[in-house]
Structure formats: structure tokens, C-alpha cells
Design a protein around this ligand. Structure first.
Ligand code: IVH
Length: 671
């Protein structure tokens, strides 16, 4: 084959794999095999000057730096959108639309995610990418053509030919995993980490040297069109046009839906909010658009934005507030960590006044000081954290905090585990903070679930000397009379508390194992352990070799568990609990083998049962419940709001079903 023929074949093949990866999300070859194709093309182009075409994928690694960005005037302005916060404002948008159209009927809407990145407009002429521009002020943007070529998913040539001019609009984002990797690298190189993926993405697009942009692994997600030659020939709905864009090779997210009437829109928004944390990239809401292009034309635009679209915004996951102080927290394993005391701020849908600062090393690296204005983040159910300081707002004289040397609660000199960053209070039996944290964990909802024994109550009982350790919970009964006399408790609540304590004695083994508070043993791992060992006796005598055999348990967790079980004080704890009458209900023997050999993942919202119940059913029928989708998964049960796990299942070709069908498929009487 002549070099130009081979080069043409390689270009087409590489771009096909790019599409499989970025657009269809079902790669056919390994990264290594891809790299080989890429390097072969690069070598051919180097050996045969003149072979490199304008659509060569080798351009994706970036070009020589430019001195400054040119400006580009958008042929159609890049408008922004009106915001709608909450259901009421979404419904108000629908009313405005229907009033304007004088329509009593439901309107057909297209609902899609609102990607949190920066918008660009990419121009194709005769199917070739010729220019890309940022939004700028909406009328004029910056020419970022070279940078755009390096962005994952941006076709250099359209997958099917389009003769005239075509402007495609979309958002450039950084995936969460790439963001975390980038920050890991920056921290390792003693560089300031980025505060969020959006800043990292927009910083990446502002590089004058596109080779640096290429290293950021940015991604393009298409959401619409700008100027298009012969627009009338295109599909007449927004969703139809998105499908068309996909056929041209643009990445369009699968999380989009045709909604008839505003009720369906509200439902989509709720589902998107629920799956937000699971998505591989950040979103800040949902964009709702009138689906018919003709109706969009009738509605037109105001100076602010189109009347036919609205951004249903989610509460911000980041906010700025004042760092009033830095406190210290002692966890149940003795880890001593700094805690930010904040001026209360509304973030991620709740008011936050305390946030974690992880550890003292992290604190020093982020250079957070009392008096700083800091960026606070609360994503999903994750504990709020301080991301970093806004350095431009630092008051004069702010000093870096120092790490404590003594436990703030019991005064013991702190130690540091070898190779670990965490400071630790070694007074495991006597430190009141550790006892309190252990008891709090033991009684928590996913553990022994003892209602009525909250943080304040435990602190009180500890102060009174009524509680000194976990088994002491089961001796509280003896103090019933004193408890009734304690202010605010009274007969009824004491009765409820004692009943809850009694009921906890027969919690299932997996909850009991979780309640023990062994490092790295979360509720899911506890479930794996309970299923694998079946009885408390078998579990408490488990050895490392036996533990690593349990699916999903790695050597680090296995050795942590073994060490925990070998410690005398922990065996004494288990004995103490048994002596107090605690009898964990041992894992129910499988009641059938209907699901034997199956690995089942539940994702999204379940309507008829909790996730724990669903997983218990699977285990009882001989199957294995799992939390993540992989090649080993045999079935995914998806409910409303299912996100990345569903996408992954589809990529891997794992069968997907819904809750109803799953329940119906089970043998009668097995639930
Ligand atoms: S449509 C005229 N769809 O949100 C309508 N915009 O506040 C143009 N954005 O500047 C926008 N995801 O950068 C649209 N699925 C989506 C979007 C989206 C993110 C951004 C876009 C725009 C801003 C408007």
C-alpha cells in the first residue's frame, strides 16, 4: 500500500475509534492498540512531509503556541438562558410558553442536562473543522481553534458529509475522574490544585499552547446548532437535530428525553437531580427546550435569551464563606482531623457551618488560614469539605494553623502511623471522644439502628458515667429510674429508648459486623463478610487467607480485619456484647437457588423496597448483590434517576430490567 493510502486508512480508522470511544461509548480496542495506530500515522507523516491533512488525528496533540487569541464574531449570537429555581418556576416557564403560543394543549419539550463547563461554537466548512470560538460576550468570542482540535469528541471531519457551513454548539467539560487525576498530579508537583472541573476546563481552553490543552483531556458535549446552510432541510425538532448531530460524529449525551407537558419535565428534572452525583461529569441543572423548531421560531428571543428554553438550575455545590476557626475532631479510630468552623452558608441544598479539612497535611498544602474566605463544597450526600482559600481575599496577618501535638479531648500525646498522614490519639480505650464516636457509629441507622440514642444523648450519658463502652448500652436498662428523672426524658421516651435497645439485640449479622467499626469495613463489605462466613463464630475467627478469598475484599481490608480480630480488646468487645444478650441474626441460608451464579446491581430509585431489602432478596435466592457494574455483572435493575451505572451496563451489554419486571421474575413466595 502506498504511504498516502495507508495514511488515509489510518486517519479513518483512528477517527472511527475516536467516535466509538467518545460518541458511542463502546470502545473496540485497547488504549495500547489505539496508540499503535496513532504512532504509525505520526511516523508516516513525519517521513512523508505533505501527508498531514487538516483532519489528521495527529493534530489532536496540539500545535505550536499562538501569541494571543484572535476574535471571532458569532454569526448567530450565543445567548444565555433564563434560570428557573424549583418546580414552581419551571411551571411558570411552561405557562409563559403556552400564553405566548395561545395554546391550551401540552407542549412537547426536550429535556437534557445542563453541562457545567464552557460553551464553544465550532464551525465546519465542507465537512472540515475550520474554526472554534468561545462564547465571549455572546456576540464576539475568542478563536480557540487549535485548542478545540485537542478536545475529546470534537470531530476534525464530519462522519458523514455536509457541504455548506455548519456551526455546532456545545459545552467543553472535564470528566470528574480526569479532574481528580489532574489534581493528583498537580499536588505531586507541588502545584495548587484546581477548585473544580469547570475551572480546570476553562483554564485548559485558555492555553496559548494547545499542547497543554491536549494534556487536560477535555471533552466536548454537543447541545445545539448555530448558523447552518440550508437549515430547512434539517429535522424539525430539537431532539431530531441532536440525533442528526450524533450521526455526524458528535457526542450527545444519552440523558435526554422528549417530555409531553410540563409534568414530565418536572419528573426528568427530579431524576437528573437524583443521579447528579453518579454522572461522570458535573451538571448544574437541566435545560428545557420547546422541541419543535417551528414553535421555537414563533416564540423568538428577548435580549436576555430565547423564550423557548429555560435552565432549571440545581443548588450550587460550591459556595464561598468565611472560615471562622479551625477545630479538631477525634474519630472512632482515634484519627485526629481538622474541622472548619464556617460562617453558615447554603450549599448543595443545605446550610453548612462545619466542613472537613481532611488532615493537617492537606490543610497545609491548601494553605487555608483562619480569616480566609474559603470555597466550600457539598456534592450529593458527601460530607461538606473545604476545597481551598480565595487567596485574593486573604486578610493581612492571617497565619497558617499548626497541628496539635496532644489529643484535644484526653490530652494524650498524638502519634502518626508509619507512612500515613493521619495523626492519631493512641488512647483507644480511655479517650472519651473515641468512645463517643464508636458508640455513635454502633447505634447509627445502617448499624444497630438504635433510635433515641443520638449524639447529644450519648455525650450526656458519658458525662454522667452511665455509659463507658459499647456493651454499656445494654446495661442502661438498670438505670431506668434515674433516666426517667433526667430532665426532658420522661417515661415515654425512656420506654422507647429501652425498647429500641432491646430490638437491636437481634439485628442481622451484617449490621452487627458493620457496627463494630472496623476500618475499611463499610456496610457493603460487612454484607459480603456476613454472607461469606454465615455465623459470628466463623467471622470472629477468620484468618487473612480466608478473608482475602471473599469476593470484593482486597489484601488491605483483609489484613485490617485480621488485625482487628486479633486484638484482645476487640474479642472482649464481642464477648461483652454476647454476654449482654446480643444475638446477631445469622445470615439467612439461601432459600433457593433461583439467582445462583448471578451478580445483580441495583441503581436509581426503587419504589417497592429499599436497596438493602432488594439486596437481601438477591442473597436469599443464592445470587450476589453488587454495588458496581462490571463485566461480571449479569443483571442491572434500574429505577428512575439511574445514571452512569445504567450507561455502563449498556456499554458492556449487560441486560437491564426495571424493578417491576425483576420482582415478577422471582418465584412466588420468595419475597
Ligand atoms: S442551550 C439559546 N443546552 O448553559 C440556548 N445550553 O445558561 C443556548 N449549557 O451558555 C444554550 N448545557 O454554555 C444549552 N444542554 C445545554 C447546555 C447549555 C450547558 C450552557 C451553555 C449556555 C449556558 C446558558
Amino acid at each position: 500500500m502506498r504511504p498516502e493510502e495507508r495514511a488515509a486508512w489510518l486517519r479513518a480508522e483512528i477517527e472511527r475509534h475516536n467516535r466509538l470511544y467518545y460518541v458511542e461509548e463502546r470502545p473496540e480496542i485497547s488504549d495500547d492498540a489505539y496508540d499503535q495506530l496513532f504512532h504509525e500515522l505520526k511516523r508516516l507523516e513525519e517521513e512523508n512531509p505533505g501527508l498531514q491533512t487538516l483532519d489528521s488525528p495527529t493534530l489532536r496533540v496540539g500545535a505550536a503556541p499562538v501569541g494571543s487569541f484572535g476574535t471571532v464574531r458569532h454569526r448567530h449570537p450565543m445567548l444565555s438562558l433564563d434560570n428557573a429555581f424549583g418546580e414552581e418556576e419551571i411551571r411558570a416557564f411552561d405557562e409563559r410558553v403556552r400564553r405566548f403560543l395561545a395554546s391550551g394543549d401540552d407542549v412537547a419539550y426536550a429535556a437534557e442536562l445542563k453541562y457545567d463547563g464552557l460553551s464553544v461554537s465550532i464551525l465546519y466548512q465542507g465537512s472540515l473543522l475550520v474554526r472554534a470560538a468561545t462564547r465571549g460576550d455572546g456576540t464576539t468570542g475568542e478563536d480557540v481553534t487549535e485548542n478545540a482540535r485537542t478536545v475529546g469528541g470534537v470531530p476534525l471531519r464530519l462522519a458523514s458529509p455536509f457541504e455548506g457551513d455548519l456551526e455546532v454548539r456545545g459545552e467543553i467539560v472535564m470528566f470528574k475522574s480526569d479532574f481528580e487525576e489532574l489534581n493528583r498530579q498537580r499536588i505531586a508537583a507541588s502545584e495548587q490544585p484546581f477548585v473544580n472541573p469547570r475551572n480546570a476546563a476553562s483554564g485548559g481552553m485558555r492555553q496559548l499552547d494547545s499542547r497543554l490543552t491536549a494534556q487536560r483531556r477535555l471533552r466536548f458535549l454537543a447541545y445545539g446548532l448555530g448558523f447552518v446552510d440550508g437549515e430547512d432541510a434539517l429535522p424539525d425538532t430539537h431532539l431530531g437535530r441532536l440525533d442528526w448531530l450524533m450521526s455526524l460524529g458528535f457526542p450527545v449525551r444519552p440523558e435526554r428525553r422528549a417530555c409531553h407537558g410540563i409534568d414530565e419535565v418536572v419528573k426528568f428534572v427530579d431524576e437528573a437531580r437524583a443521579s447528579r452525583a453518579e454522572l461522570p461529569f458535573g451538571i448544574d441543572g437541566v435545560v428545557v427546550k420547546v422541541d419543535s423548531i417551528a414553535l421555537q421560531g414563533e416564540l423568538g428571543s428577548t435580549a436576555r435569551g430565547p423564550r423557548w428554553a429555560v435552565a432549571a438550575k440545581f443548588p450550587a455545590e460550591q459556595a464561598m464563606t468565611l472560615l471562622v476557626g479551625i477545630g479538631t475532631q477525634v474519630g472512632r479510630t482515634g484519627a485526629v482531623t481538622p474541622v472548619a468552623e464556617l460562617e453558615p452558608v447554603f450549599v448543595g441544598g443545605v446550610t453548612v457551618s462545619r466542613a472537613t479539612l481532611h488532615n493537617y497535611e492537606d490543610l497545609a498544602r491548601k494553605d487555608v488560614r483562619v480569616g480566609d474566605t474559603v470555597i466550600v463544597q457539598r456534592a450529593g450526600d458527601v460530607i461538606p469539605e473545604v476545597v481551598g482559600p480565595a487567596l485574593d481575599r486573604r486578610p493581612a496577618g492571617a497565619v497558617p494553623p499548626s497541628a496539635p501535638t496532644q489529643c484535644p479531648v484526653c490530652g494524650t500525646t498524638l502519634t502518626r502511623d508509619e507512612g500515613m498522614v493521619a495523626l492519631r490519639c493512641p488512647n483507644r480505650q480511655g479517650c472519651e471522644a473515641q468512645i463517643q464516636a464508636k458508640i455513635e457509629h454502633f447505634v447509627s441507622r445502617k448499624a444497630m439502628d438504635i433510635e433515641g440514642l443520638g449524639e447529644k444523648q450519648i455525650a450526656r450519658f458519658l458525662a454522667l458515667g452511665w455509659l463507658t463502652d459499647i456493651p454499656g448500652i445494654y446495661r442502661l436498662e438498670d438505670l431506668k429510674d434515674q433516666m426517667v428523672e433526667l430532665d426532658r426524658m420522661g417515661d415515654q421516651s425512656v420506654g422507647n429508648l429501652l425498647a429500641a435497645i432491646e430490638a437491636s439485640k437481634s439485628r442481622p449479622l451484617d449490621r452487627f459486623i458493620y457496627a463494630l467499626g472496623i476500618r475499611y469495613v463499610g456496610d457493603r463489605t460487612a454484607g459480603d463478610l456476613a454472607r461469606a462466613f454465615g455465623t459470628l463464630n466463623a467471622f470472629r475467627t477468620a484468618t487473612f487467607d480466608r478473608l482475602v478469598e471473599v469476593p470484593d475484599i482486597g489484601p488491605r481490608t483483609a489484613s485490617e480485619i485480621e488485625e482487628w480480630l486479633e486484638a484482645e480488646e476487640n474479642q472482649a468487645l464481642i464477648n461483652g456484647l454476647l454476654a449482654a444478650g446480643v444475638r446477631p441474626r445469622e445470615a439467612d441460608a439461601p432459600t433457593g437457588d433461583h439467582l445462583a451464579g448471578q451478580t445483580i446491581v441495583f441503581t436509581g430509585k426503587l419504589e417497592r423496597m429499599t436497596r438493602e431489602e432488594a439486596e437481601a432478596i438477591v442473597a436469599r435466592l443464592g445470587g450476589k448483590p453488587s454495588g458496581s457494574v462490571s463485566k461480571a455483572t449479569t443483571l442491572v435493575v434500574a429505577g428512575p434517576g439511574a445514571g452512569s451505572k445504567l450507561v455502563k451496563a449498556e456499554q458492556l451489554g449487560v441486560p437491564v430490567t426495571d424493578e417491576e419486571s425483576f420482582l415478577r421474575s422471582l418465584p412466588e413466595g420468595s419475597i
